[in-house]
Design a protein around this ligand. Sequence first.
Ligand SMILES: [Zn+2]
Length: 248
Amino acid sequence: MADPAGWARQLLRQRHACVVAGASTLELLAEAVAGQPVRPPRVLISDSEPLTPRTRALVREALGTDPVDVYGLEEVSNFAWECEQHAGLHVSADSHVVEVEAPPGEAGPLRVTALGMWTMPIIRYETGDLAAWATAPCSCGRTLPLLAAVHGRAVDSISTGDGRKLLWPFFHELLGAEADVLCWQVRQQSRAQILVRVVLQQPSTDAVAMLTARLRRKLPPDLHVEIEAVAAIPLEANGKRRLVIPLP
Ligand SMILES: [Zn+2]
């Protein structure tokens, strides 16, 4: 059960060496402790969901530690992680074989083979997520394969009239640049229409109208956008936040 205030009390009571949570949970925790004297955890691990740049900044500011993004699946455990350079996710190549069906720099379906699973082999498992290989080695000097990014669920995308798929990083570019937008979620309502729910710092009819006009200029012309200012965007039943919701 989500109890951000309870987590905050625990964090204020003593210094924790390691805190591990999904990105949405870390965000709730950051909001609950904001402005209070937290002793920064030595390691802060974000898993289960894409860690957006906004969540990273919020968490770093409130908890004093830069979160480390880790990627894995319940079925095969974690197998990719950020190093101190935060320039992508290194693959644990000694325990997992990772494939991305796209040239380096482009997003494609992510497949994984877990080498240590002798009882229940998992071979070339379709994760359902999209990822992209980095085009240059990491400056940390590690020679493990490097994923530039994991974009999350392949199905969580907005389809455009010309056959493109817009993933959450696209909308982050648009909405992350808006200082007034605290939180957002994009939902495709039809082939030609999307609804963007936003939590605004200073909600007003004018703010919504101006944001709508700015987004219309930057989105494909055949994609109509409507903006709805809301007080909060609830998490899904599994405690995660869905940034992009495609057509059912
Ligand atoms: Zn590195």
